[in-house]
Every structure is written in C-alpha cells, then in structure tokens.
Design a protein. Structure first.
Length: 311
C-alpha cells in the first residue's frame, strides 16, 4: 500500500517525458546521444532534468567521464520508467487501433515451449473469426510470465504452472502426460517406465529453461537426488527430437507432441516412473479482461481443439 502511495506521489511531480529521458540516457550513456535520439537539443534535455532535480531535491545522475551514471534516485526512476512506459505505449496502440476501427491486439505469452505447434491450430480459426484483432506471441518477458500479465506486457499467458492470484483467471485447457522420449533403438525403449537412476545415466536434452521450472528435474530427478549425466539446452523442438532419434540423448516432452513426431521420426515414449507425470495447460488472463469478447472466444476455441491434439 505504501509503495502505491509513493508512486502516486512521485507521479504528481513526474511527467512522461522525464521517464523517457532517463530511460534513453541510461541506454545511450550520454546527453548528446539521448538528445539526438529524442530529437531535442542537449541544453533543453539538460534543463528539463535539472528542473526535475530541483523539484525532487536530489540528483538523478552524475558524470563519469563522458558518460552519465544514474544515482540511487535515478535508478529508482529508471525502474519506474521501465514499468510504466510500456503501459503507456500499449494504451496508445490500443487507442490507435480503436480509432482505426479495429478491435485491438491480443498479446499472448508462452511458458510452454512444446505448445507452439498446438497454438497454431488455435490461431488459424481465431484469426478467421476476428479479422480486426491482431496477434502478438511473446516468449521472453521483462518481469516473467505472471509479472508480464500484471504489468500489461501481455494479455494472456499459456502455462503449465499457474500461480493463483486474486486478480488473475486461469482456465484449464487440456491434460497431458509428460514422458521420456528415446530413440527406438535405445535400451530404455523396451521399458514400461523409467526410474530417476536410469535417466541419470543419460544426456538430457531440454529447452533453455531454468532447472527449477523443468518438471523432469523438480518432479522426477531432484526429489530422488539425481541429475542427468549431461544436460544440453536446445531451443528448437524439431532439433531436440531429431537428436533423440539419432541417439544423441533423451528428452522429456508431452505425449501428444511425441505422438505427432513419431509418425516421421524413429522415437518412442516411456512413462516417467510407475505413476507417470500428469500435467495441465492453462490459459491465464487478468480478471478485468474476462468480458472482452475476443479473449473469451480465444479460450473457447482452445478448449474445443482439445481432442485434435491428444490423438
């Protein structure tokens, strides 16, 4: 509560151009470069910030040779700028779209690397149903997936790991099983299930995600104090599965994705432990957006496509 009040107090003294100047000076390093980028004179920019420093009663930056270094107060304002300026830009983009007769833009964040293929099946009918709504798919967030929702960096989050918050809605879309993927010639291919000890002897191929967020680690290996013999990070699903098919390693992926690729690659899935690992994919959005018609329709389309991706 105090943080919110402090921000409101700061905004009484701050203007958007102050935040923009601070952000660009930090990015470019010098007043002259920032002034050139912002189409201002260097003296005008300097005068604007000096006036702000007088009002705030503290220095915002100090010289370090030719470059400028932000003070503690300046760093706080930079943090504020990084949070607020994207929201200004988003609001302006929405208003521009409304003025042009469009319905808006739906920015979707992805915390599920294998879900891109499924997402394509949802995107096509959605775009046909909503010709005036643009889509933007984001994978990397300045504040993390949940933070990106809070900060209006995205409007929707596709994730297997929702964090329940009072201001967010998470709709379960489909269930799936996480399985170990091996080549058909791999010794583990004949097993009904694998143990953490058996996987610890393997080269594990995963997406470039923190270990703490990978289910193969936090739900399978680490609880029994095991790690893979070697861990390789690969961004592309097809490369991961081609390497698995060639015997270069094993991976943990959704069963429905393995079913699709097994039609053209020499791979097989094996259960992770006797009970397996069951997961769900959720679509999250801000509760204040629950009644936006195209958001409701996107979720409806996604849920209706459930049978086609689990076959």
């Amino acid at each position: 509560m105090h943080t919110y009040i402090n921000i409101i107090h700061e905004l009484d003294m701050l203007e958007r151009n102050h935040l923009t100047i601070i952000q660009e000076v930090d990015r470019l390093g010098t007043l002259s470069d920032a002034a050139k980028y912002l189409h201002l004179t260097q003296s005008a920019l300097s005068h604007t910030i000096k006036k702000l420093e007088t009002r705030l009663g503290t220095k915002i930056w100090q010289k370090d040779g030719r470059r400028l270094q932000l003070t503690q107060a300046g760093k706080h304002l930079l943090f504020l700028a990084n949070r607020l300026l994207p929201q200004f830009e988003h609001a302006e983009e929405l208003l521009k779209q409304y003025a042009e007769g469009q319905r808006g833009i739906l920015r979707i964040g992805m915390e599920c690397h294998p879900c891109y293929q499924w997402l394509l099946t949802v995107v096509s009918p959605f775009l046909q149903a909503w010709p005036h709504v643009d889509l933007d798919i984001k994978q990397k967030f300045q504040f993390g997936g949940i933070g990106a929702l809070f900060e209006h960096e995205i409007d929707m989050l596709i994730t297997p790991d929702p964090i329940i918050k009072s201001s967010l809605s998470f709709t379960p879309v489909f269930d799936y099983e996480l399985v170990l993927v091996v080549s058909k010639d791999h010794p583990l291919a004949s097993k009904k299930y694998v143990t953490p000890e058996q996987v610890s002897n393997e080269v594990l191929l995963t997406y470039p995600v923190e270990k703490e967020r990978l289910d193969i680690f936090n739900q399978f290996l680490l609880p029994d104090n095991y790690l893979p013999r070697k861990h390789k990070l690969i961004e592309n699903t097809e490369i991961i599965l081609q390497m698995v098919a060639d015997g270069r390693g094993v991976s943990a992926l959704p069963q429905w994705l393995v079913n699709d690729y097994a039609k053209r690659l020499s791979i097989k899935s094996v259960k992770l432990g006797k009970r397996g690992i069951s997961k769900q994919i959720f679509i999250g959005n801000r509760k204040t957006d629950n009644e936006i018609d195209y958001i409701k329709n996107f979720i409806r389309i996604a849920k209706n496509l459930l049978p086609s991706i689990n076959t």
